[in-house]
Ligand binder design. Structure first.
Ligand code: AN7
Length: 378
């Protein structure tokens, strides 16, 4: 008898992933993340838009990278690989390290000097990866690991590995299943541009060709869930947002010295450049950019008004959606999904910038604490 409990993406979507049937799934139960509607933010804007976040920070290592990593590492192990390598701004290295540990193989991760969030480095270390901090940025690291994959016995698990994008496309499946349709707009942060490429692939596979009939395949039910009978016939407009200091898609060319507080997307030469442009063009989408201040303000807004804590890079998707909703570029009545790519706990340093204003020290007696409560509620 097959297991009915959720066992991760490969269990849920084996029919839509290019893995051999006898490949041993390397899984930590990734995927199946919540789609959370942001009522508070849209109510306070007074707009009639159904705004959702796909909370990918709730994956096993705290980011969307786990979706790609389960498939890439499963394939690497099936091919007999005993070591994986990646360059990373942090989340890919955390995920690669965890899945390598799970598989019982080695992980080598190249990270930019001093520019990755503390939580991500802690993960790579705890999962036993060999961490190589290079005197250079992510783009330098990317160049080197591509060469290593040719000249050393290591499998490359950055998103240039097609199995990564295959895994990541499943987030689009889950969104269609949860909504019973594709959203009108999908907003997400763009760094190396793998994820926007993967979502577009997922939505495209989900959509039925014009004139075709059928149902959206729902893998979690036996054909009797409320959404099962609805056909997914459309694809969303894909909107990509970048940090102003690291915005090659806005500049129209690679950025030599990318900078941003959102270190996850501090990337100047995206590897999936042409695929991301194609997704944008085919879907009628666009790119836009945000300053570090805009990004941090939106991160704070999400955490303090919706209870959703994401890392700075992730907040750029909601910053973008809110701006475009306010401007009417995303019109009233739309259904909008933003991907929150990573958990806020990844980068505690950024959060602590708010700590001075939020923490007050009082004496350890009931009167002092009551006074503080009443003062705050006044
Ligand atoms: C939280 O970990 O590239 O456009 O090396 O960690 O698919 O690159 C991270 C990327 C967005 C951008 N949000 O996604 C890495 C890395 C978070 C991220 C992105 C990343 P892509």
């Amino acid at each position: 008898m097959s297991e009915s409990r959720y066992t991760g993406l490969i269990g849920a979507y084996s029919d839509r992933l290019p893995l051999a049937a006898d490949a041993r799934p390397i899984s930590l139960g990734e995927g199946n993340t919540p789609l959370v509607r942001l009522h508070n933010l849209t109510d306070s804007l007074g707009v009639d838009v159904a705004l959702y976040v796909k909370y990918e920070g709730l994956n096993p290592t705290g980011s969307f990278k786990d979706r790609g990593m389960t498939v890439a590492v499963t394939q690497a192990v099936a091919e007999g690989s005993e070591a994986i390598i990646c360059a990373s701004t942090g989340n890919t290295s955390a995920s690669a390290a965890a899945y390598a540990a799970r598989a019982g193989i080695s992980a080598f991760v190249l990270i930019p000097d001093g520019k990755i969030a503390m939580g991500k480095l802690a993960q790579a270390i705890m999962h036993g990866a060999t961490v190589l901090q290079i005197r250079g940025n992510f783009d330098d690291g990317m160049r080197i690991v591509k060469e290593m994959a040719q000249t050393a016995p290591v499998s490359l698990v950055n998103s240039v590995n097609p199995y990564r994008l295959q895994g990541q496309k499943t987030a689009a499946f889950e969104i269609c299943e949860a909504l019973g349709r594709a959203p009108d707009y999908h907003c997400l942060p763009v760094g190396n541009a793998g994820n926007i490429t993967a979502y577009w692939m997922g939505y495209s596979e989900m959509a039925l060709a014009p004139g075709q009939t059928g149902t959206a395949a729902c893998s979690f039910c036996q054909g009797d869930c409320q959404y099962h009978q609805q056909a997914v016939s459309t694809r969303p407009v894909m909107v990509g947002y970048q940090a102003s200091g690291s915005a090659p898609f806005l500049r129209g060319e690679p950025v030599a010295q990318p900078e941003t507080v959102a270190t996850a997307i501090r990337i100047g030469a995206p590897q999936s450049w042409s695929q991301a442009l194609a997704a944008s063009r085919e879907s009628g989408g666009w790119f836009d950019e945000f300053t570090d201040d805009d990004i941090l303000e939106t991160q704070w807004l999400l955490a303090s008004q919706e209870g959703v804590f994401c890392e700075p890079a992730s907040a750029v998707s909601v910053a973008g959606a809110l701006r475009d909703i306010r401007a009417g570029r995303i019109e009233a009545g739309s259904t909008v999904v933003c991907t929150l790519t990573g958990h806020g706990l990844k980068d505690p340093d950024v959060a602590q910038r708010h700590a001075e204003a939020a923490v007050s020290t009082v004496d350890a007696d009931a009167d002092s604490v009551r006074r503080a409560i009443l003062q705050r509620l006044d």
